[in-house]
Write a protein that binds this ligand. Structure first.
Ligand SMILES: Nc1ncnc2c1ncn2[C@@H]1O[C@H](COP(=O)(O)OP(=O)(O)O)[C@@H](O)[C@H]1O
Ligand SMILES: Nc1ccn([C@H]2C[C@H](O)[C@@H](COP(=O)(O)OP(=O)(O)O)O2)c(=O)n1
Length: 531
């Protein structure tokens, strides 16, 4: 489960997130500490914080790690422990400027998603519910009036804790200064262009001016339980995506298997924890063990486990060139067009795209089109394709995630879930194989609905016609011809009108494939003769 906590300075985000991490055995991700660490690094190195390029270069190169000490979580940047240094008034004064630079944010968000890629995270900051983890199961926006927040911070600076001691006093002049700084920082954080501080549309607002920290934690724990009961948070051990006949395998419901991973803080930057249970083990293995190497030396697993925007430069360059060539060649040979393409391009969320399968052109059309609109698509491919290292090499760079069909490939499910949570799209062909004629029997593989459900992502239907005609049955020759695709609106689990996780997943499979075929039939009517 991912819990996102956003809010202004001093609203109690760290206190609350820490307590929830301890109580619910989640990894605590303090994203503000990351922006603070970059700010400290710039100040320490004498970098002018008003110089966007210089600051961004520091952020892009920075190695930020979380660790653990007897006093709690530690933060280091480029090998230096800066846990205490990042809380000084000087860092406070400069951090809003640093965190407003788009390249700084891009670098931090990539690292945050990497740290959260295994799920089971409580993350706090300013843009967690809106940008970093838009598919978080629980989103909270904490607020408190500015005077209360300034008082808390002033007490905190003097070594006290307003959360434990309601009568705690602080120096009045100091408190006034903190209030002015805090109001100024709130204004900068809320008015900046990039990811301003604002509640996500689906965030729960909690004003804690008159609540104790325990009351706030309890409210959020209640929300987590409600989300679990509603099925928002799928449990890893419950999901067994593919069986031979294409039906989801029956759930493994041993509650112990799916208990959240062990308490604590992100360790060694990778948030590795609890490899003791099968589902957690799969997750621990499948998640990124840190960042990828800049050039060479990455394993295939590294590619499957990391976001495509985190791939090393040569892989990203290769993909850009390959996408441009494939786009140009296929556009000339089989001029393709996606109708209602805005539905695909204008949605920033990670989505499960499902499509009918007629030829190898199908993934190319979606992957290439969205690539040039900044959206990364991870096609799920049969592991049978990865027969040689060369194919695995190419497919891994193209962002595919292999799935072993006929087994409960939890690793693939976790990878797809992580990709969706990161905001990438996952592309699945539920028909499993290319359908070359209308009389060919079709078995729908339902794993996609479960993956989407686990990531709390919507499912988007897309249909294609014309591509089947490129390679007519029984030939290897490729014919020229126009190809048409059509995108449908995203289908949300909450709109399905059924209760219960299993029922919802089954209904999603039906509805999504009905829409795919309805779109295909519309295309056939619009373009007579195209199959
Ligand atoms: N509900 C609360 N009531 C009173 N004090 C609180 C409350 N929540 C947090 N605090 C105190 O306020 C101070 C700032 O909280 P913190 O969690 O650091 O805020 P943030 O991370 O949002 O800046 C801490 O000393 C904390 O103990
Ligand atoms: N996700 C985040 C987290 C913090 N920031 C920025 C905005 C804040 O002013 C600074 C410091 O954040 P932090 O959460 O440590 O600040 P407070 O503890 O609330 O004072 O970083 C951000 O822009 N996005």
């Amino acid at each position: 489960m991912i819990v996102a906590i956003d809010g202004p300075a001093g609203s109690g985000k760290s206190t609350t997130a820490h307590a929830i991490a301890d109580r619910c055995n989640l990894t605590f991700l303090d994203t503000g500490a990351m922006y603070r660490a970059v700010t400290w690094r710039c100040l320490d190195a004498g970098v002018d914080v008003s110089d966007d390029d210089a600051v961004s270069a520091v952020a892009e190169r920075a190695r930020i790690e979380f660790g653990k000490s007897a006093d709690g979580q530690t933060v280091s940047i480029d090998g230096r422990d800066v846990t205490r240094q990042i809380r000084t008034p000087e860092v406070d004064r400069n951090v809003s400027v640093v965190s407003a630079y788009p390249r700084v944010r891009e670098a931090m968000v990539a690292r945050q998603r990497e740290l959260g890629s295994a799920g089971d995270v409580v993350a706090e900051g300013r843009d967690i519910g809106t940008v970093v983890f838009p598919n978080a199961e629980v989103k909270v926006f904490l607020t408190a009036d500015a005077a209360a927040r300034a008082h808390r911070r002033a007490v905190q600076r003097e070594g006290g804790d307003a959360g434990c001691d309601a009568g705690a006093k602080a120096d009045a002049a100091e408190e006034q200064q903190i209030l002015r700084d805090l109001v100024r920082r709130d204004k900068l954080d809320s008015s900046r262009k990039e990811s301003p501080l604002k509640p996500a549309a689906d965030a729960h607002m909690i004003d804690n001016s008159a609540l104790t920290p325990e009351q706030v934690v309890q409210q959020i724990v209640d929300l987590m339980e409600a989300a679990r009961a509603k099925g928002g948070a799928a449990k890893a051990g419950e999901v067994a995506p593919f069986d031979k006949g294409g039906e989801p395998l029956s759930p493994k419901t041993d509650g112990n298997e799916v208990a959240p991973a062990k308490a604590g803080v992100a360790k060694n930057g990778a948030g590795e924890k609890d490899a003791g249970r099968p589902a957690a083990k799969a997750a621990a293995k499948s998640k990124a063990a840190g960042r990828m190497r800049a050039f060479a030396g990455n394993t295939f697993d590294d590619y499957y486990d990391h976001g495509m925007k985190e791939f090393p430069l040569p892989a990203r360059a290769l993909l850009a060139v390959a996408a441009a060539i494939v786009w140009a060649v296929t556009k000339v040979l089989w001029p393709w067009k996606i109708e209602d393409v805005r539905l695909l391009r204008d949605d920033a969320r990670g989505r499960m795209i499902v499509m009918n399968h007629t030829s190898m052109l199908d993934p190319v059309v979606i992957v290439c089109d969205l690539y040039f609109h900044g959206i990364r698509v991870r096609p799920i491919s049969k592991s049978e394709f990865n027969k040689t290292n060369l194919v695995s090499w190419l497919f891994s760079r193209a962002g595919t995630i292999p799935v072993k069909r006929g087994t409960a490939d939890l690793k693939a499910v976790r990878r797809a879930q992580a990709a969706l949570t990161r905001g990438e799209c996952v592309l699945v062909f539920p028909e499993g194989t290319r359908i070359k004629s209308d009389d060919q029997p079709v078995t729908i593989h339902g794993g996609f609905a479960l993956m989407a459900q686990m990531a709390k992502a919507p499912v988007q239907p897309v249909a294609i016609v014309g591509a089947r005609d490129i390679t007519p049955k029984g030939t290897h020759w490729k014919r020229f011809g126009r190809v048409f695709c059509k995108a449908g609106a995203c289908i949300e689990f909450s709109d399905l009108g059924v209760r219960g996780r299993k029922q919802q997943a089954l209904r999603m499979e039906e509805v999504a494939m009905e829409r795919v075929y309805a779109l295909r039939d519309e295309l056939r009517r619009e373009h007579p003769g195209k199959m």
